[in-house]
Design a protein around this ligand. Structure first.
Ligand SMILES: Cc1ncc(COP(=O)(O)O)c(C=O)c1O
Length: 411
């Protein structure tokens, strides 16, 4: 079997790991760059779905992990390490007032499931969870049940306890009254749905309804906590303290780590949310180093935000098929539409592919198969020159696709 056939067989065997295209074989990653097996360099403007905010191979994180590896590689959750207890204390110290307990797991989906269990544990007889339209909370069966759905999913029998609500306080109040839910879960920025930024007054309204009807408010900050918004938690900007906050992605600095932070009134029974590898000492060491490295970089986020927003607005005003440029923290997005103003996922796919060919990684949202939103999530270590280059390449690709005439350009 030649090497080409072997690689085809690998892709065939390793199912479920790719979204749309064949996985690129990466050999090296450093800072904002990846290199593939042929030595081609890629600028990663999606930070591996915001799990590498400090870029790849951050020295302090690698050192902390290396030191940890020489002492302890694995412990079951019943044991602790200095790093784990320091990280727990540090997270609580940084958390909004009133969130005093933390639970660790390895993945955002399991962290959300932890939040679901905590909420259900609070009541005698409530199991329904309300979730917002376009919301995304993971790919385990329980979290798929409280996320946007593909029509006709074969797993729908597992989804019975999730109830979708509109981004409308009237609808939420109605569903609270008729469904008697344990909790409502929201993202403040619906990342997977294409960077849809929730309105502050709406979020405060959800908080007020939760208070009025004694419903647990869960805020899923898997995509927004620990850095990309220029602060530790985005709920600070929304002036809302949830009852349970879910975190993930960034905090591990590239190692698997996620969890929940919650008020004293919530608890798990011993072992109820404990997993064999759930408290990896390696991830704990990485998380602690990540927080130290993150703090001085937070002040860069406002300026980075402008460096995304301005060029996106510029592209929107130049190309009729680009709409709705938006940016929050280091997340930016823009929608691709056809000549009638309808979502155009095929062209969005093409743009992402052409950017990849030119060695720049961006992504498009696949929410409900719409897929027409181009998305960026910059690593905090990106330089203005790297960003300027990326936008020049994007402009060139758009120019080629839409072939704007000189007349259109200056119209
Ligand atoms: C908001 C949100 N919650 C939960 C998850 C699930 O996290 P994980 O993929 O680590 O299970 C994701 C993943 O993208 C997410 O964006």
């Amino acid at each position: 079997m030649n090497s080409e056939n072997k690689s085809v067989q690998f892709h065939h065997l390793c199912e479920g790991s790719m979204i749309g295209s064949e996985a690129i074989m990466i050999q090296k990653a450093e800072g904002a760059y990846l290199w593939d097996a042929q030595g081609k360099r890629y600028l990663d403007l999606f930070s591996q779905t915001w799990s590498m905010p400090l870029g790849h191979s951050n020295e302090k994180i690698i050192k902390a992990v290396g030191e940890q590896l020489t002492r302890i590689t694995h412990l079951r959750t019943a044991y602790s390490t200095e790093e784990k207890s320091k990280l727990a204390r540090e997270i609580i110290k940084l958390s909004p007032v009133g969130l005093n307990k933390v639970n660790f797991v390895l993945h955002g989906s399991l962290a959300v499931e932890g939040a679901m269990k905590l909420a259900v544990n609070k009541y005698e007889n409530r199991s329904k969870i309300l979730y917002l339209e376009d919301g995304f909370h993971g790919r385990s069966l329980a979290t798929m049940g409280i996320s946007w759905k593909m029509p006709g999913s074969k797993y729908s029998n597992y989804f019975t306890n999730g109830v979708e609500v509109k981004k409308d306080l009237g609808d939420i109040e109605k569903k609270i009254k008729c469904e008697n839910p344990a909790a409502i879960i929201i993202e403040l920025v619906q990342g997977n749905a294409g960077c849809k930024i929730l309105d502050k007054e709406f979020v405060k309204g959800v908080r007020a309804l939760c208070n009025k009807y004694d419903v647990v408010m869960v805020v899923d900050e898997v995509q927004t906590a620990f850095g990309c918004m220029g602060k530790m938690f985005l709920c600070e900007d929304y002036e809302v303290v949830p009852d349970i906050l879910v975190f993930g992605k960034a905090i591990g600095g590239g190692f698997p780590l996620a969890g929940t932070i919650y008020k004293d009134e919530f608890s798990f029974q011993p072992g109820e949310h404990s997993f064999t590898f759930g408290h990896s000492p390696v991830s704990m060491a990485a998380g602690l180093a990540y927080l130290e490295e993150l703090k001085p970089l937070l002040k860069n986020v406002n300026s980075l935000s402008q460096q995304i927003k301005n060029p996106l607005l510029g592209l929107e005003s130049k190309y009729k098929n680009l709409r709705g440029a938006r940016c929050i923290g280091v997340k930016g997005a823009i929608d691709i539409v056809d000549e009638f103003g309808n979502p155009d996922p095929k062209t969005a796919d093409l743009i992402v592919l052409k950017m990849l060919e030119k060695g720049i990684i961006i992504a498009n949202s696949k929410c409900r198969h719409l897929g027409n939103t181009l998305m960026l999530q910059l690593p905090l270590i990106i330089t203005p020159a790297q960003l300027q280059y990326a936008f020049e390449v994007l402009d060139g690709i758009l120019n080629e696709i839409y072939k704007i005439s000189e007349r259109d350009k200056y119209e």
